[in-house]
Design a protein around this ligand. Structure first.
Ligand code: ADP
Length: 540
């Protein structure tokens, strides 16, 4: 027997249709690549995305075709997202910070047929074009531009395509793919995750909930996290679902530019990785801005240092939602929101609870397992490999036949975590970054959090350096903050009484810069190559 309710597929086009119907005049403010600020509305985004869809169809593109973007967070990118995915094509967000070889690999692996690009990325396109064999259409995100035509005579222009008569949204299967994103691939080649309309819609409902990101039509949302980084954590879709005002930062991701956007546009919620917040906090400190409109920020992608969460709370009255996820999980897996029973906790206990990565929303299940795959208790103590399953978790990678899951259907995240009886998860480390000293594990995250508490440290990374007796010993690699000159012993002293004696780093190495990955994370393998022998060199 089946029920007797309407059976309507869950589609990306539903999101933008809803936004255009119920939030027609709500604004999307966007920083253009040339620095200008423009404003559009949800109604206009819908209209232009249907025109764009018609324009793409006229080029011969159809359902299932991959259409790539090489773009900042801006209004044209938003229109491409809805036009391409709503029209049954696959929107493939490319990360422009990848090395050209990886970029070429990804475009070919995805067999992208068209590519949209912002002006910033024209040199990358021109420089790699001869290797991008599958691309038939290069589409510049702007109006006709002689400079672009001189470098790329075959270029088409976004602003011409959206002059087409608007197409009607097609009715698709909800399991049809809508977008494609590759993992950062710090080891090996990147792998593609192909999201479906259904998985994306369910993820969108979920992230908007009060115990996740708590989104509504009353928010002004600034996604600093790029649309090419795990779909800007799903925020553009969710903003359409709830009818929020969006502020798209374009290429200007430095602290001063973000601060100006937050203050001028009265942003209430901003989202990004920890390195972004370091720059923003430094800019706010220098300018004296209190970021009064900013009530909440979401930190994810890497562990949010407790000192950063405390600064936002104490100096800016801004509540941090610490969230965890990965490309393979669409990406939201957990968010740190309290329960009713925590309302009476004192400030210190509450602050402690908010440090971890939080608990999964409905739709995501977590477990931790030991080296033999046996489930470990959720007691807040046991640490094991974090595995996940749910409605928006990858099953297999793009173009691969084999499953990405364990035989019993769980996805291994590559993270080491503990989970408590209330479902709160704390990431202890990435499996490959945890420091193994004399058979014991030391969390690099814990060590980094302590180092960055020092005002003289701008960025710190803990790695395991080779040691003749203990295999590995912890070493901190740190970048000094401008105008500060902390020394090694001063930093090592921070650890006294905070961690067990054997966990105190053996050395602190100062360096001018720490290389970050394409998604703004510390490249630990690079640091291990550079500094892995430092203890042996020091003759321990
Ligand atoms: P991204 O697109 O963010 O690089 P990846 O899928 O490459 O996505 O990275 C996901 C990984 O990032 C997770 O497995 C985890 O190691 C790390 N990560 C994400 N959020 C957090 C967090 N809040 N705390 C600690 N680590 C995190």
């Amino acid at each position: 027997m089946s029920g007797s309710m309407m059976q309507r597929p869950l589609l990306i086009s539903d999101l933008i249709r809803h936004a255009a119907t119920c939030h027609a005049d709500t604004e999307i403010v966007s920083r253009e690549t040339d620095g200008a600020l423009t404003a559009t509305t949800w109604a206009e985004v819908e209209d232009q995305s249907r025109r764009l869809l018609a324009g793409l169809r006229a080029l011969g593109l159809g359902e299932g075709d991959r259409v790539a973007t090489l773009a900042w967070n801006n209004h044209r990118h938003l229109k491409i997202w809805f036009g391409v995915s709503g029209g049954g094509m696959v929107c493939h967000t490319l990360n422009p910070r990848l090395a050209p070889q990886q970029f070429i690999f990804i475009v070919n692996d995805a067999a992208d047929r068209a590519i949209f690009f912002d002006k910033t990325f024209m040199p990358l396109i021109v420089g790699t074009k001869e290797h991008l064999g599958s691309i038939e259409h290069f589409i510049f995100m702007g109006s006709r531009d002689e400079e672009v035509l001189a470098a790329l005579p075959e270029a088409l222009f976004f602003d011409d395509l959206v002059r087409s008569e608007p197409a009607e949204w097609p009715v698709l299967e909800e399991t049809a793919p809508c977008s494609l994103c590759y993992t950062s691939g710090t080891t090996g080649n990147p792998k593609g995750v192909l999201y479906t309309n259904r998985s994306t819609l369910l993820h969108t409902f979920s992230i908007a909930l009060p115990d996740a990101l708590d989104l509504s039509a009353r928010e002004v949302i600034l996604p600093v996290v790029p649309m090419f980084h795990a779909s800007a954590w799903g925020v553009p879709y969710a903003a359409a679902m709830v009818g929020a005002r969006l502020v798209m930062p374009g290429p200007a991701l430095d602290g001063d530019s973000l601060l100006a956007l937050i203050d001028d546009q009265k942003v209430t919620l901003a989202l990004g990785v920890p390195t972004i917040w370091m720059m923003l906090l430094a800019a706010a400190e220098a300018s004296g801005s209190k970021m009064e409109s900013l009530r909440r920020n979401v930190i994810g992608g890497s562990a949010a240092p407790p000192s950063m969460i405390a600064t936002f709370r104490e100096r800016y009255d801004c509540e941090t939602i610490h969230a965890w996820g990965m490309t393979e999980t669409s990406p939201l897996g957990t968010a740190n929101q309290i329960k009713g029973k925590h309302l009476n906790l004192d400030a210190d206990a509450l602050a402690l609870l908010r440090l971890g990565q939080g608990r999964p929303p409905f739709g995501i299940e977590l477990r931790i397992v030991d080296e033999d795959g046996a489930a470990l208790p959720h007691d807040g103590q046991a640490q094991g490999a974090l595995q996940v399953r749910g409605h928006w978790v990858v099953a297999r990678y793009f173009g691969k036949e084999e499953s990405a899951l364990s035989p019993d259907g769980w996805f291994d995240t590559g993270d080491v975590a503990s989970i408590d009886a209330d479902g709160y998860m704390t990431i202890r480390d990435r499996t490959k970054d945890i420091i193994k000293s004399g058979g014991e594990w030391i969390s690099s995250v814990d060590l980094e959090n302590i180092a960055v508490e020092h005002p003289g440290i701008a960025l710190a990374a803990a790695i395991g350096a080779r040691h003749p007796k203990w295999d590995e010993r912890p070493v901190i690699v740190a970048v000094r903050a401008e105008g500060h000159d902390p020394d090694e012993e001063e930093i090592r002293a921070l650890y006294e009484g905070r961690v067990a004696r054997w966990q105190i780093p053996d050395a602190v190495i100062f360096t001018d810069a720490i290389e970050l990955s394409a998604t703004g994370k510390v490249l630990k393998n690079r640091l291990r190559e550079q500094f892995g022998d430092v203890l042996l060199e020091r003759g321990v």
